[in-house]
Design a protein around this ligand. Structure first.
Ligand code: 5GP
Length: 191
């Protein structure tokens, strides 16, 4: 007799282990607000959005389409080293920018700031490259665990609780980036 595979009665988007915190509509409304702010503040400037791969790709794609200005985009990929689950602040550049940022007005676009160590180090690296200005936009800000950095965030989508979040670019072992909403994982051992 062959063993039957367990019956799964939900889809990826209706997984009962996910608790939706921000819906598609809430996300789009907030991003439109951020886009309006950036549009009014960057008029006449030489704006480049720098997405930090991979998590920021969904946020960047939505944000750039609500900024009604001439702009360019670029990407960086860094690996942050963790001591267990805690970021150590050591970063290695896996993919650098394709174009120089000298004299540009840069907004670094991140998915989530947790301890802030990865981004602080990344900003130090970018600071030495002669940009006219560098600001920071993060879709999510998890301020509670930020015990090690004083990071100034210029544009924030949502301030979130200290839980493990997935969706809208954020992953768990590579999965869930395609969820159109932000969810908290109810049981992290079951992802
Ligand atoms: P930090 O150096 O700020 O502690 O690390 C930030 C990075 O940790 C984020 O870019 C993201 O990759 C990861 N991270 C922090 N919190 C979460 C979370 O709740 N969910 C997911 N999926 N990744 C997170």
């Amino acid at each position: 007799m062959s063993a039957e595979s367990p019956k799964i009665d939900h889809t990826e988007f209706t997984n009962p282990n996910l608790e939706v915190l921000y819906s598609v509509d809430q996300i789009q409304q907030r991003i439109a607000e951020l886009g309006a702010m950036i549009t009014s503040e960057y008029r006449g400037r030489d704006l480049v959005l720098v997405g930090v791969l991979k998590g920021s790709c969904v946020f960047l794609a939505d944000l750039m389409r609500v900024i009604d200005l001439e702009l360019t985009i670029d990407f960086m990929s860094v690996s942050s080293y963790k001591d267990g689950t805690v970021s150590t602040g050591d970063v290695e550049i896996l993919k650098d920018l394709s174009n120089p940022i000298r004299d540009k007005d840069v907004i670094v676009v991140e998915d989530i700031v947790d301890t802030g160590l990865t981004l602080s180090r990344l900003l130090e690296i970018l600071d030495s490259r002669g940009a006219n200005s560098i600001k920071l936009a993060t879709f999510l800000d998890k301020p509670e665990p930020r015990i090690k950095t004083e990071l100034k965030i210029d544009y924030t989508g949502f301030v979130v609780p200290n839980r493990f979040l997935v969706g809208y670019g954020l992953d768990a072992a590579g999965r869930y980036r395609n969820l159109p909403f932000i969810a908290a994982v109810r049981d992290p051992s079951a992802v």
